[in-house]
Design a protein around this ligand. Structure first.
Ligand code: SF4
Length: 481
C-alpha cells in the first residue's frame, strides 16, 4: 500500500537514500509499507557515535561563544532576528520552495551572516550526501558563505559553490520523484539492496519478472543493453548462445558473456559450472583473517585481531594477535610481523590463505602507516615470493555458482556448496565491529572477557570457513573439466 496524497517537503536528510537508490528515497517519503522493524545494531552504533560527536562539537563551541538551542522553526527565526552568536539544532523551512532542513548549527560571522555547520563522523567532506546536505542549507539560507563540516577526526572542512551542481541535481530529481505516484523503476544491486530496509518489499518483484540485474556480474547498465538485444529475462539469457550476443556496455568480451549466460543457468538450476581447472599452491597452509575497527577517533582503521588457523586445522589450531585499544595499534602490527616470522620458521613452505584482497591491502596500509615498506618481513609478505594467497581468485576465475554475491559467507553458508554455518548466525564484519566497540566501552572485566571470547569465536569461524573452502575446492574442482 502506498500513500500518494501529499507531496512531502524536500529535506537534506534524504540525500543519503537518494544517493543510493531513487526507489529507496521515494519509499522513505511516499511509501506506507508495513515492514517489520529491523534492529540494526551497527546503524545504532553509528547513530550513537554521531550524537557523541555532535555533543563534543557543541561543548567546544559553547566554551568559546554563546550557543542557543532552537526549539522550533519560530524559535529559530527569533534567534536569527536577535542575531545570537550560534544556534544549535536550527529548524529551517521554506514553504514556497517546499524545503525543510535541520542543520546542527548556524554560526554568525562578524558581518552578521549565518553559516550552516554539521558534525559528521566522516573523515572527508567530499561524500555526495554531505555535499548535498550542506549545499542545501546554504541554498535555504541564501548564503554565499561556505558551510562548515566538523569531521570525525577533529578537522574542519568548508563546502562552497562547488556543491551547487550536485545540490541542484538533488533538488530537481527529488521534485520529480516526489511528484510521482508510482514507485520508480530501478535495477537490482546486490550490495545496495541486501543492506536496504526495503529488501523484502523489492526482491520478490525482481524475482517474479526475472530481472537480469539479479545475476552476479550483470549490472543494471548491462541489463539495459541486453534488453535492447531482445534478452529481457534470466530464462532468455540462459538459453542464449553467448557467441551471438554482441558486445554491449558493461558486458564485453566472449568470456564475460559466457559467464553471464552460465550465471543465468546456475541461477535457474542451482548447478555449479566450472570454466577452468582450479589450481591451488602447494605448501603448509595457514588460514588468515583480520578484524578491524573503522570507528576510531583518528580516522585510521585499527586491526584489533589478526587471526590464524594453523596445520592441524581443529578449533585448537586457532592462534591470534589481539590488541585492546587503538593506542596499541603499532604493538599489534609488530606482533603480527613477529608471528609471521615464527610461521616462516615453523612452515618452510608457508601459504598464508585469506579471502579477498582486504588482508593484503591492510598489510600495505600498515607498512605505510609505520614507515616499514622496506622491512624484511613486509617485503616477504608483499614481494614476488609472497606467501599470501587470495582464495577468492580461483573461485572467481574458475567457477560459476548459484549465488548473487561471491563473499566468503555466501559460498560457505550455502547448503549445496561448502555448507558450514557460523556459531552465531547473526555474526558478520559489522557485528564484530559492534562487539569490539562494546568491548572498548565495557568496564566490567567479566563482560569484557565474554565479548572478547565471542569476537575470537567469530574470527575462528572465519578461518575455519576458508579451510573448508580449500577442502571443498580440492575435493571437487582440482584439475577437472
Ligand atoms: S531494495 Fe534495492 S531497489 Fe529496493 S529500495 Fe532498496 S536499494 Fe532500492
Amino acid at each position: 500500500m502506498t500513500n500518494v496524497a501529499a507531496i512531502p517537503l524536500i529535506k537534506p536528510s534524504d540525500a543519503r537514500s537518494w544517493s543510493l537508490c531513487a526507489r529507496r528515497v521515494w519509499l522513505d517519503n511516499k511509501g506506507n509499507l508495513d515492514l517489520s522493524p529491523v534492529t540494526d545494531e551497527f546503524e545504532q552504533l553509528i547513530k550513537q557515535l554521531g550524537h557523541e560527536q555532535e555533543d563534543a562539537v557543541f561543548q567546544h563551541l559553547a566554551s568559546t561563544i554563546d550557543v542557543h538551542t532552537a526549539t522550533s522553526q519560530a524559535d529559530t527565526k527569533r534567534l536569527i532576528t536577535e542575531g545570537v552568536q550560534a544556534i544549535y539544532q536550527a529548524q529551517l523551512v521554506d514553504e514556497e520552495n517546499g524545503f525543510t532542513g535541520y542543520p546542527d548549527f548556524l554560526i554568525r560571522n562578524e558581518n552578521g551572516e549565518y553559516q550552516p555547520a554539521d558534525a559528521k563522523l566522516s573523515l572527508s567532506e567530499e561524500k555526495k550526501g554531505i555535499q548535498v546536505q550542506l549545499g542545501f542549507y546554504r541554498r535555504m539560507l541564501g548564503s554565499q558563505l561556505p558551510a562548515i563540516v566538523f569531521l570525525g577526526d577533529g578537522n574542519k572542512a568548508l563546502i562552497g559553490d562547488e556543491a551547487n551542481v550536485v545540490t541542484n541535481q538533488f533538488i530537481t530529481e527529488m521534485r520529480e520523484l516526489l511528484a510521482c505516484d508510482e514507485e520508480p523503476a530501478v535495477r537490482y544491486g546486490h550490495s545496495k539492496c541486501r543492506a536496504c530496509p526495503y529488501y523484502t518489499h523489492c526482491k520478490p518483484a525482481f524475482e517474479a519478472k526475472e530481472e537480469l540485474s539479479l545475476l552476479y556480474g550483470v549490472q543494471g547498465r548491462a541489463a539495459l543493453g541486453l534488453e535492447a538485444e531482445g534478452i529481457s529475462t534470466i530464462t532468455q539469457l540462459a538459453s542464449a548462445d553467448p557467441i551471438t550476443i554482441p558486445d554491449i556496455p558493461y558486458l564485453k568480451g566472449s568470456e564475460n558473456k559466457r559467464r553471464a549466460v552460465l550465471q543465468a543457468r546456475s541461477y535457474l538450476t542451482g548447478k555449479v559450472f566450472q570454466t577452468t581447472p582450479v589450481s591451488l599452491p602447494t605448501g603448509q597452509w595457514v588460514h588468515f583473517d583480520i578484524e578491524d575497527n573503522p570507528l576510531t577517533g583518528n580516522g585510521q582503521k585499527h586491526v584489533y585481531l589478526w587471526g590464524f588457523l594453523v596445520p592441524g586445522y581443529s578449533d585448537n589450531s586457532f592462534e591470534h594477535v589481539w590488541t585492546d585499544t587503538e593506542a596499541d595499534d603499532q604493538q599489534g602490527w609488530l606482533q603480527f610481523l613477529a608471528r609471521i616470522e615464527e610461521y616462516r620458521q615453523r612452515y618452510p613452505e608457508l601459504v598464508l590463505a585469506h579471502y579477498s584482497q582486504h588482508e593484503r591491502t591492510t598489510i600495505r596500509t600498515y607498512a605505510k602507516r609505520y614507515g616499514m615498506k622496506n622491512n624484511e618481513t613486509v617485503l616477504y609478505l608483499l614481494g614476488y615470493e609472497s606467501p599470501l594467497f587470495d582464495m577468492q581468485k580461483p573461485v572467481l576465475d574458475s567457477l560459476v555458482l548459484p549465488l548473487q554475491g561471491y563473499g566468503l559467507k555466501d559460498i560457505c553458508k550455502h547448503k549445496d556448496l561448502v555448507n558450514i554455518q557460523w556459531e552465531d548466525d547473526d555474526s558478520g564484519s559489522q557485528w564484530s565491529i559492534v562487539q569490539f566497540n562494546r568491548f572498548i566501552a565495557e568496564t566490567d572485566p567479566k563482560i569484557k572477557e565474554t565479548l572478547k571470547s565471542d569476537i575470537l569465536g567469530y574470527n575462528r569461524n572465519d578461518v575455519i570457513a576458508t579451510r573448508r573452502l580449500e577442502e571443498w575446492l580440492r575435493s571437487n574442482f582440482m584439475g577437472q573439466l
